[in-house]
Design a protein around this ligand. Structure first.
Ligand code: 5CU
Length: 363
């Protein structure tokens, strides 16, 4: 029975060089009080002078860019195959004229990295979303021909106006036509003001535990409300972190739609696919939620046959020095075994069989 990690990131060396060459977020830098330790600054506001030194980004070591470390991590945690993806913020920040070439380079690099470990590594590609639509569509068509690519990872900003932007239709059409999955992943979180005047005292907890999942939930709700899946009925989207909070809030979302006078007057309540239909037809969920409660919500919303194990490596390493086992990974393993109890078949499907089937990892 294979164990497959579909949520596992890498910053290929060419991307790290790009971050090292920059002086604004996202970038890699040292600080005066710790000149020997490079820090990866990616989240909005992470380098604000008021941020405590321990919350300024995260230490960046080879686990972020050296594929040998990914393989060692996989071996340590008994993971047979991984579908690697560039981590946030992808290429969102690049000027329009640089994005197309950067995406081609990164996608080729990632495909080559996978080729070094036949049968063990596959990848989600990255899109040049700040480029013009023709460049994005042409990269979607090009990566279809790369041997190890199984879809694309994307943030929630789309072309800059979110995923309900009608200008994205050619991109959705190309992804649907080439049968490539979108792995939808958060990055921007919520405005810092929602965390209150003491938000900085709590490290990264509020933005990562709550901001990320709510960002995903809002983005996917906007896709739904704007009719993306009515227009692209075969568009498949894998949601990070077990769908943010969508499985828990889907009923409320649907009820709000049915009680909205504005939507009724605009004729937008009838003849639409509802959230439950889309959760069971177009949406896949990872199992990166660290608890049985969240995982059960995901199973109830989308079904155990649409759920896939993930780790979020290299993020959330153990804080203890020299610890080999990652608590974050073991929490996801434990959540799967306790959710499915004696149903070994369902547990094995979530751990690996679903990913092999859905992402064609045996070809
Ligand atoms: O720790 C973090 O900031 C992150 C991140 O930026 N992206 C991610 O996928 N997980 C954790």
């Amino acid at each position: 029975m294979p164990i497959v990690d579909i949520h596992t990131h890498i910053y290929p060396p060419s991307y790290v060089s790009l971050l090292r060459s920059r002086t604004t977020v996202p970038y890699v830098r040292t600080f005066e009080d710790a000149p020997d330790s490079s820090r990866l600054i990616i989240l909005p506001g992470e380098d604000d002078p008021s941020t405590p030194s321990t919350s300024r980004g995260r230490p960046i070591g080879p686990e972020y860019y050296d594929i040998a470390q990914k393989i060692a991590f996989m071996d340590q945690h008994k993971i047979d195959k991984s579908v690697i993806s560039l981590a946030n913020p992808w290429l969102d920040f690049l000027p329009k004229e640089e994005a197309g070439e950067a995406a081609r380079k990164i996608n080729d690099d990632v495909d080559t990295i996978c080729a070094g470990y036949p049968g063990r590594l596959y990848a989600f590609a990255t899109l040049p979303l700040s480029a013009d639509t023709a460049t994005i569509v042409s990269e979607i068509e090009r990566i279809k021909g790369l041997k190890h690519i199984r879809g694309v990872i994307m943030g929630t900003s789309g072309l800059g106006q979110g995923l309900d932007d009608p200008e994205l239709d050619p991109v959705y059409a190309a992804l649907e036509k080439t049968e490539q999955m979108i792995f939808l992943h958060p990055h921007y979180g919520l405005p810092a003001s929602v965390y209150g005047p003491r938000g900085n005292e709590y490290g990264h907890v509020l933005p990562l535990a709550l901001g990320f999942p709510l960002e995903t939930t809002i983005a996917v709700s906007r896709m739904l409300l704007s009719g993306v899946w009515d227009r692209f009925q075969k568009l498949n989207v894998l949601l990070a972190h077990s769908g943010g909070t969508l499985p828990f809030l889907a009923g409320r979302l649907e009820s709000c739609v049915k009680h909205d006078g504005h939507l009724k007057k605009a004729g937008k309540i009838e003849n639409r696919r509802d959230v439950w239909d889309i959760l069971k037809t177009n949406i896949y969920l990872d199992a990166v939620i660290y608890s049985e409660v969240g995982l059960k919500a995901a199973v109830n919303a989308s079904g155990a046959d649409r759920l896939m194990f993930g780790t979020d490596h290299p993020f959330f390493p153990p804080l203890e020095e020299n610890a080999e086992e990652w608590h974050s990974v073991n929490a996801n393993y434990t959540a799967i075994s306790s959710t499915f109890g004696g149903d070994d078949k369902a547990a094995q499907d979530v751990l690996g069989n679903n990913a092999v089937r859905i992402l064609r990892l045996d070809s």
